[in-house]
Design a protein around this ligand. Structure first.
Ligand SMILES: [Zn+2]
Length: 263
């Protein structure tokens, strides 16, 4: 069911009045046959062009053009007011569930897509993105979910297809995130265990420790064996991988910690 607020309005006077009444909310102002027209209309509205007197004065309205199915849409929002409105990003990076080429390859992939709903051109729920954990067999995954204010649902296969058709670079990170440390890459030890655990369902941590020892990660093998003892034997290989990842991650954040350094 499509939110009636996001249905087409017939003329700019109505769109402008509606947008003025809902300060900051995007309103569909028109649907056009080609993107050249929709882009010039959006630019005209933003620039306060005399061709669009209903959106005067200059700077009172924000506008953008976006595909809407096989048509082209123009959306406006009334921005004049004491409080500056937050910018509307043009891209969003999300984790989507994928299950191709074969269902056995099921997993999660991170993609960057436009913040405009492909069906109507309206804003996607880029500010409602939430983690969506799911389980397949004994594997745990986390994708993202969001709700589009227009009511059009984004299905994972469509989002995936969209990201393949139109590859976008990730949006620039907000300043406070740029300053934060990037998460470390997955460590080879963890990857080794997870690969083995994928092949051997219900693999015990003791086998993970053996595997690491053989592959030259004696310190990590010892860590896992100590933890098996701590937990009276109740530790799976996957839990051991998570434990190692957490330990190394906290070590990564601490400056005086040297992994494997004997004291
Ligand atoms: Zn929509």
């Amino acid at each position: 069911m499509i939110n009636p607020e996001y249905r087409a309005v017939s003329d700019h006077a109505t769109a402008a009045a509606k947008a003025r009444a809902q300060h900051g909310s995007w309103v569909l102002a028109g649907v056009y046959a080609n993107s050249q027209t929709s882009k010039s209309v959006a630019a005209g509205i933003r620039a306060g062009s005399p061709s669009f007197p209903t959106y005067q004065p200059t700077g009172a309205f924000d506008a953008y053009a976006a595909p809407a199915g096989d048509r082209e849409s123009v959306w406006v929002r009334y921005v004049e007011g004491a409080e500056p409105l937050p910018p509307f990003p043009d891209r969003m990076t999300v984790r989507v569930r994928h299950s191709d080429p074969a269902p056995s390859d099921l997993g999660v992939v991170t993609v960057t897509v436009t913040t405009r709903c492909p069906a109507c051109g309206g804003p996607r729920g880029w500010d409602t993105v939430q983690p969506y954990p799911f389980q397949v067999g004994d594997e745990e995954y986390t994708a993202d979910t969001w709700t589009n204010p227009c009511g059009h649902m984004d299905l994972y296969p469509h989002v995936l297809e969209e990201s393949r058709t139109r590859q976008l670079p990730p949006p620039p990170a907000p300043k406070h995130i740029v300053e934060a440390k990037a998460p470390p890459q997955e460590m080879p030890q963890v990857g080794l265990i997870l690969d083995a655990a994928r092949e051997h369902r219900g693999m015990h941590a003791a086998r993970a420790a053996d595997l690491l020892e053989v592959r030259g990660f004696a310190d990590d093998a010892a860590l896992i064996r100590a933890e098996i003892k701590n937990r009276a034997g109740h530790l799976s290989a996957k839990q051991a991988a998570t434990l190692l990842r957490d330990l190394h991650r906290s070590a990564h954040l601490s400056t005086d910690y040297q992994m494997g350094a004997a004291s």
